[in-house]
Design a protein around this ligand. Structure first.
Ligand SMILES: [Zn+2]
Length: 138
């Protein structure tokens, strides 16, 4: 049975959502990034699957992994999400858009320039979600 009427959206398993959220310590926002959906969608998935979200202010019991050795690196075939986390860890959380220069929306993401998702920090720029979406459409 499909939970989601929109076939374009991924329909993750409950166990996968729980794993990402509780074991990997991903926030709703990170999970939205991961699945390329809105945070609203993540919340909906949680609700539909009766998953109780981690409390916002409480630190996860197992801290999220830090450092490369904790990620399951497979050369350049490393998963998009792990790569994103790696970039964020090395370059920090972006606070402005390098494309349009805005500091308005307060939500920025690391975007890949080459589209090859290189494990190369110079292949990533910080952009606002609007520019990121535009880049992904290309
Ligand atoms: Zn922008």
């Amino acid at each position: 049975m499909r939970y989601n009427p929109n076939p374009k959206l991924p329909v993750p398993l409950k166990s996968e959502l729980i794993h990402l959220h509780k074991n990997k310590g991903m926030s709703g926002r990170q999970m939205a990034d991961y699945y390329k959906v809105s945070q609203m969608q993540i919340r909906r998935w949680f609700r539909e699957r009766e998953i109780i979200p981690r409390s916002r202010n409480k630190a996860p019991s197992g801290r999220p992994p830090t450092g490369e050795k904790n990620w399951n690196w497979k050369g350049d075939k490393v998963s998009y999400q792990a790569l994103h986390s790696w970039v964020r860890r090395h370059k920090g959380t972006p606070h402005e858009c390098e494309k349009c220069g805005t500091t308005e929306p307060r939500k920025y993401e690391w975007a890949n320039i080459s589209g090859e998702y290189k494990r190369d920090l110079s292949d990533w720029i910080r952009v606002c979600t609007k520019c990121h979406r535009k880049m992904d459409k290309k």
